[in-house]
Design a protein around this ligand. Structure first.
Ligand code: UTP
Length: 293
């Protein structure tokens, strides 16, 4: 049985939904409470047993590389000031995992970003975690998928049910239920404008086989003029089995303003040091808002 040890984190998108914040800063570096979004993603991969990570970066993505690197000046300063707790926190980030980088020279779409990492993956099965999707769960979302992969030895994608009114923003699956929280995928559709086959949305975690790179290498641009990973997965499903796991957890699309605000508020409410003062602030703000509206 093949174990999944490598993961790709695409983080080269233009982040147009979050302009102007993302003009010079990648959206994956937007901080949620006290950590950049991409650190949540790297932590999920590591907690799921991933050993090597390749981040696909684009222009103005240097800050991502710097964040996961050693910062000698900062560490020396914290050491001199005996701020041991902060020093450990900063040192630990650079030790999280073996992180590698590849550039996507043009933002041609998620499928193209994944294809850019093909040489790093070689012939092994691998995971993909979108750099702007935080999934808050007891068992890391990727671990939930890897457990399915171990049983089925076939590609698995994570899905979650979304409001029908929101379906056209996502890729969705058409699948047959196969046991608890599991579907055999018949078909995938990217951002269906009409007649969505389900409200089971693809939420940015995948376990895939390297054959997908061959499909991606000859895939024409799809919706939005981008090379879509969903289109490549659709070609895969027409010939090979693929599964979708209905994950247990809460999804935050941090690349979207509402998603980012929800993540900030809800994760701050779960943070030990912020929980009480922040909740009391929210109650007060709601009461004051009530008076003025
Ligand atoms: P999105 O579609 O959410 O990213 O891609 P985007 O294109 O930056 O978003 P908007 O619509 O303009 O706001 C999901 C993930 O795939 C990466 C993004 O960085 C994000 O983490 N991505 C997307 C790439 O790496 N390259 C691309 O060409 C497109």
């Amino acid at each position: 049985m093949r174990r999944v040890k490598k993961a790709i984190i695409p983080a080269a998108g233009l982040g147009t939904r979050f302009l102007p914040a993302t003009k010079a800063m990648p959206k994956e570096m937007l901080p949620v409470v006290d950590k950049p979004t991409i650190q949540y993603i790297v932590e999920e991969a590591v907690a799921s047993g991933i050993e090597d990570i390749i981040i696909v970066t684009g222009r103005s993505k240097r800050s991502i590389e710097d964040h996961f690197d050693i910062n000698y000046e900062l560490e020396a300063n914290l050491r001199d000031q005996r701020k041991e707790h902060l020093l450990k926190m900063v040192e630990d980030i650079a030790k999280l995992a073996d992180i590698h980088y590849v550039r996507q020279k043009q933002a041609l779409g998620l499928g193209h970003a994944v294809w850019c990492a093909r040489k790093f993956i070689g012939r092994e099965p691998f995971a993909v975690l979108l750099g702007d999707m935080i999934i808050d769960s007891d068992v890391p979302c990727l671990k939930q998928l890897l457990d399915i992969y171990e049983r089925k030895q076939a590609p698995v994608i994570a899905v979650d049910s979304v409001e029908w009114s929101q379906v056209s923003k996502y890729g969705v699956i058409d699948g047959e239920p196969e046991g608890e929280r599991l579907f055999k995928v018949n078909r995938l559709v990217e951002k269906p404008a009409t007649d969505p086959p389900s409200n089971m949305a693809i939420i940015g975690r995948y376990v895939l086989e390297p054959y997908i790179f061959q499909i991606l290498s000859r895939l024409p641009a799809g919706i939005g003029g981008e090379i879509q990973l969903t289109d490549a997965l659709q070609q895969w499903t027409s010939r090979h089995p693929m599964y979708a796991g209905l994950i247990q957890g809460k999804l935050y699309d941090v690349g979207d303003k509402m998603g980012f605000l929800k993540a900030t508020v809800e994760l701050a409410c779960k943070d030990e040091t912020l929980r009480e003062p922040f909740r009391s602030f929210l109650r007060q703000a709601a009461a004051e808002g009530g008076e003025t509206t």
